[in-house]
Design a protein around this ligand. Structure first.
Ligand SMILES: Cc1ncc(COP(=O)(O)O)c(C=O)c1O
Length: 365
């Protein structure tokens, strides 16, 4: 069974969606909607600068202390950002390191760019890589490493020390770090943990950001790449060929939103944290072990040993019997059988959705 088939089944059953990371919380702001309508009505309906409108690049650049003219490219979400970066960097025969388990698009994007994926295993229960295995995945054919922290599907946020292990090897082998930071807004920063782009010094970095999750506008397709000028020039050539430009009126509205410093707030994060705690308690009660999530986006829980069925069967019966959709582990592992005992729960939902999901799961059990 494919993930899409499960999602269709979930829709048929009107299931609460804890399967996808599509944000159901916070809601898209009224101001964002108004800004989009104003831009549409204001006549901003034609192509714009392929690199992105000046105002959106300026707002994005502010977040990285970057030069909007030479270091920021506005993309159709991190998805196009990743494909642009890989297309620009990867030649046939090149290898790209991807953490395993992984966000399902990564290895497909590497393949489309003509490269080969080298998986670096994250070992349960803590979902950490082994240092010797990390060293082994680097070699003369390594072109890039994709890090994704906060991490989908495990919810991990890698420590500064872990990230330095990767950046040291990137420096040794002259490898580009592609940092997918679509969950940056959920990140916990406590001195021990940071985003990869904040740790990477003396290495080449292409940082992918997105407003999909932080501003609940995944359908607008707004993101950007932050990279040094020489790389940015190459990325812009690919980006222009792929898309011409991102939807002009939505770029204007997104820029207005960033200017207002909107998006996920401290109080939203507190709600996500409560979601995490309450769901975590329920999972423990069901004997489903998991790491205490580090990033308020996902819980990745192991089925109890007493449970004979695997994750795909359990996910299907939770949709049919409880009306709650979850994402089974096999879809996230290079070797699907390694995910057969795991289920991913998304946390970026309203408190009411989480309350109802917990009630339905308890009744189902
Ligand atoms: C790790 C990761 N990267 C990228 C994306 C896609 O982001 P965007 O909507 O900005 O294309 C997702 C979406 O769930 C994701 O989980």
């Amino acid at each position: 069974m494919k993930l899409m088939e499960l999602l269709i089944l979930a829709r048929l059953h009107g299931a609460i969606d804890l399967a996808t990371g599509t944000p159901a919380f916070p809601e898209t702001s009224e101001q964002a909607l108004e800004a989009a309508i104003t831009a549409l009505r204001g006549g901003f309906n034609q192509y714009s600068n392929s690199a992105g409108t000046a105002e959106l690049r300026a707002q994005a650049a502010r977040l990285h202390e970057a030069d909007p003219e030479t270091e920021i490219t506005i993309t159709a979400g991190a998805t196009e950002g990743l494909n642009t970066v890989l297309t620009a960097l990867v030649q046939p025969g090149d290898e790209v390191v991807v953490l395993d388990p992984y966000y399902e698009s990564f290895s497909a994007a590497v393949a489309v760019a003509g490269g080969a994926t080298r998986f670096l295993k994250l070992h349960p229960p803590e979902w950490k890589w082994r240092e010797d295995e990390l060293r082994e995945v680097f070699g003369p054919r390594t072109r890039a490493v994709i890090l994704n922290s906060p991490h989908n599907p495990t919810g991990r946020m890698f420590s500064v020390e872990e990230l330095q292990q990767v950046t040291d090897l990137c420096a040794t082998w002259n490898v580009t770090l592609i940092s997918d930071e679509v969950y940056a807004a959920y990140a916990v920063r406590d001195g021990r943990r940071a985003l990869p782009s904040e740790v990477a010094k003396d290495v080449t970095v292409a940082t992918l950001r997105s407003m999909s999750k932080s501003h609940s506008i995944s359908g607008w397709r707004i993101g950007w790449i932050h990279a040094e000028p020489a790389l940015t020039r190459r990325f812009r050539l690919v980006h222009e060929t792929l898309t011409a430009c991102v939807a002009t009126p939505l770029q204007l509205a997104a820029a207005a939103d960033l200017r207002r410093e909107s998006g996920i707030s401290v109080s939203h994060l507190q709600i996500l944290e409560r979601n995490q705690l309450r769901l975590s308690k329920q999972l423990h009660a069901m004997g489903m072990a998991h790491q205490s999530a580090e990033s308020r986006c996902y819980l990745y829980a192991r089925l109890p040993d007493s449970q004979a069925s695997d994750a795909i069967d359990i996910s299907r019966s939770m949709i049919e019997g409880a009306g709650v959709a979850t994402a089974p582990g096999p879809f996230f592992h290079s070797e699907p059988s390694e995910g057969r005992r795991y289920i991913r729960f998304s946390l970026n939902k309203s408190e009411d959705m989480i309350t109802e999901a917990i009630a339905r799961i308890s009744a189902f059990i």
